[in-house]
Design a binder for this molecule. Structure first.
Ligand code: IMP
Length: 178
C-alpha cells in the first residue's frame, strides 16, 4: 500500500475520492428531499469543512444559502474554562432552518459548546451534517442528522482535514498508519 509521509508521520489511504464523492452526493440527496421549500441556511465551519461543504453544496438542488464561519476559542474570565465564539456569522438565523456542516466530530466538544449559542438566536430548526464521526472518541454526545462515515479513533487527513497545516489538498482521506 502506498503510504504518505506528512511532517513526522506515515499515513495510509483510507477513503477513496470515489467513495467520498458518492457518500456526499447521497447526503445531499437526503437533504434535498427533507428541505424542499424550506430554504435552509448551511453554516460551514472553517477551516476543515471547506471542501466537504463545496462538494455537498454543489449537489444541493433546492433553494438554499450557505455561509462560512470560523470558531475561535479563548479563555473565559470565569472558572468555566474557555469560550467558543463564531467569527463571520453575518446572516440572521432567526426562524431559519440551519444545517451545520462539520468535517469531523471527534470528542464533540466544539459543537457541544457552540450549538447552544446558536440556539439562543432562535433558528426554526438546527441539525448537523458531518462527513466523519469517531464514535469511540465521544466525550460530549452530538446528534448527527446526516453522517458520511463512522470511523475508528485514528487520526485522519485529506479532503480538507489537516495534520499541523498540511494535507488539506489531498482528494482522498488517509489515516495514521499502524
Ligand atoms: P471535537 O471538538 O473534539 O469534536 O473536534 C473537532 C475538530 O477537531 C474538527 O473540526 C477537526 O478540526 C479536529 N479534528 C478532530 N479529529 C481530527 C482528525 O482525525 N484529523 C484532523 N482534524 C481532526
Amino acid at each position: 500500500m502506498q503510504t504518505l509521509r506528512v511532517h513526522d508521520k506515515e499515513f495510509e489511504p483510507y477513503l477513496s475520492a470515489a467513495a467520498i464523492s458518492a457518500k456526499v452526493a447521497g447526503m445531499a440527496e437526503a437533504i434535498n428531499n427533507d428541505y424542499a421549500g424550506k430554504k435552509p441556511l448551511f453554516i460551514a465551519i472553517l477551516n476543515g469543512s471547506f471542501i466537504f461543504a463545496a462538494d455537498l453544496f454543489k449537489n444541493i438542488s433546492i433553494e438554499a444559502e450557505i455561509c462560512f464561519i470560523k470558531l475561535a476559542s479563548y479563555k473565559g474570565t470565569k472558572s468555566s474554562g474557555h469560550v467558543i465564539t463564531a467569527i463571520g456569522l453575518d446572516t440572521d438565523i432567526i426562524d431559519r432552518h440551519i444545517i451545520i456542516l462539520e468535517d469531523i466530530v471527534d470528542t464533540g466538544k466544539t459543537l457541544s459548546e457552540f450549538l447552544p449559542q446558536l440556539q439562543h438566536q432562535q433558528p426554526a430548526s438546527m441539525v448537523i451534517a458531518a462527513l466523519l464521526h469517531k464514535p469511540e472518541a465521544t466525550v460530549y454526545p452530538i446528534d448527527i442528522k446526516y453522517l458520511g462515515f463512522s470511523i475508528p479513533n485514528k487520526f485522519v487527513l485529506g479532503y480538507g482535514l489537516d495534520y499541523d497545516g498540511l494535507g488539506r489538498n489531498l482528494g482522498e482521506i488517509y489515516q495514521l498508519a499502524r
